[in-house]
Ligand binder design. Structure first.
Ligand code: GLY
Ligand code: MN
Ligand code: MN
Length: 446
């Protein structure tokens, strides 16, 4: 007989991926899988049944291959090393799964993540079905495991927060290093530029020398006008004295991402126009920080930042009050989107854009701004609670256009910090990199 409420969760890690020819990308495990068992080798699967019993399938020891590829943990050592209840060689997977799925009420796995997983599940269910005449019941349901794991991962425990703090600390140090590097180079050679890739190299050096495994996402190092391209990658453009440099870069440390943006003047002094816009973005971020606390909704930080940005756009003449009206009208019409077109934050954790539902699914839809200048009926955003981690990343991006004051043309600014919600507010774990304009100038001239 099938256990009531029982089921089996099946979680593969990520496959190895070819980069080109016979060269692979550096291996990165699957975030769900690693969250559950902390195992970082490829070729592994985790099974968890309804009682919490866990089974790892992993690569067998193979001394010949280990000479080339490195040491494998192997199933014999896995339970003691990882805390799983049992472990078998990966070759046992197709035999074991039909046994474990027999009489289970459901099979749970992440939908739409691993391209061949659905076919594997269908194969195992087919094998169970063949035994039905001997009284074995086949799972009656396939369920998506991702939302459950997303909810578990959304609220971080103390160990996770400590790891995230370390990731953010290393990344903040890398941003400070990049600022110092630019100031020193331009002091020594004021007339020559600095290539974006040279600045990227400073970041990577700082990440790795502190033991971070990799950048959590491709680093953005944008000189001058390139900062107005939101997904610009570090390339070969020259950063020159008088321009701003926008860096959006963060390392991954022991499986956890950091995500920091700083914008600084190449030579260490903001121009008047740069400083005006910088201070608006900084004030918008302060408003977002104040709106991030238990009981607030995740989206409150966005609207708090948008209000300050909209007021700044009117005060500087980026938007003409006679044409667009006051700040309320600018927010309602979405006119601010000419200069601020992205959201103010996202969940942060093992993935830089971490898992977890953004909408409060248990609540009824409400009438709200859709963020595109219209209105929509949809569920309100999620209420924050201690242990959630978010980024706070307002910006301003000024492209030339009719009526746009020329002194602001090509200025792109974003400030991004990583916040962990606490019992009373939020803690910014990435503030090892200076953020106020005066602090940046002080560091670059120190
Ligand atoms: N670095 C990606 C982001 O800020 O969302
Ligand atoms: Mn971000
Ligand atoms: Mn970022």
């Amino acid at each position: 007989m099938r256990e009531a409420g029982g089921g089996l969760a099946v979680v593969p890690t990520a496959p190895e991926r070819t980069r080109n020819s016979d060269v692979d990308h550096p291996y990165r495990y699957d975030s769900h899988f690693h969250y559950l068992c902390g195992f970082d080798e490829p070729g592994a699967w985790l099974l968890i049944d309804a009682s919490g019993h866990s089974t790892l399938l992993c690569r067998e020891k193979n001394l010949e291959l280990e000479i080339w590829e490195g040491v494998r943990l192997g199933p014999a050592a896995a339970p003691a090393a990882l805390g799983v209840d049992e472990a078998f060689a990966i070759d046992a997977l197709d035999k074991l799964l039909p046994d474990r799925l027999a009489n289970a009420s459901a099979v749970w796995f992440p939908f739409g993540v691993h391209p061949e997983l659905q076919a594997r599940v269908d194969g195992w269910l087919g094998a169970v079905r063949k035994r039905e005449r001997s009284g074995i019941e086949c799972p009656g349901a396939q369920r998506n495991l991702s939302p459950l794991l997303g909810e578990m991962r959304l609220v971080k425990d103390a160990g996770e927060i400590a790891t995230m703090r370390r990731a953010a600390e290393i990344s903040a140090g890398a941003h400070a290093r990049a600022m110092r590097f630019c100031a020193e180079r331009l002091r020594a050679e004021p007339r020559s530029g600095i290539r974006e890739y040279e600045i990227e190299a400073e970041l990577l050096h700082e990440f790795r020398r502190h033991g971070a495994q990799a950048p959590a996402y491709p680093s953005i190092v944008a000189a001058g006008a390139n900062a107005c391209v939101l997904h610009y990658a570090a390339a070969g453009a020259e950063l020159r004295s008088g321009e701003l440099c926008l860096i959006d870069a963060g390392c991954e440390f022991d499986g956890y991402a950091s995500d920091i943006t700083r914008t600084f003047p190449a030579s260490g002094r903001f121009s008047t126009a740069q400083r005006e816009l910088y201070d608006i973005v900084h004030a918008a971020q302060e408003a977002a920080v104040a709106a991030t606390h238990p009981g607030a909704r995740q989206r409150d930080a966005h609207w708090a930042a948008v209000r300050v940005l909209a007021q700044g756009m009117l005060a500087t003449g980026l938007l003409d009050r006679n044409t667009v009206g006051d700040a309320d009208a600018v927010i309602e019409s979405g006119a601010y989107r000419q200069f601020y077109m992205h959201g103010t934050g996202h969940w942060l954790g093992r993935d830089v854009h971490d898992v977890g539902e953004y909408a409060s699914l248990g609540e009824a839809p409400v009438d709200q701004l859709d963020g595109q200048g219209g209105r929509v009926m949809k569920k309100p955003s999620r209420v924050l609670r201690a242990g959630m981690a978010v980024t706070l990343e307002p910006g301003l991006y000024v492209r030339p256009g009719p009526g746009v004051p020329e002194r602001y043309w090509h200025i792109g600014i974003r400030i991004e910090d990583d916040a962990v919600v606490t019992d009373t507010g939020c803690e910014l774990i990435s503030r090892g990199a200076p953020v106020a304009a005066t602090e940046i100038e002080a560091l670059m001239h120190g």
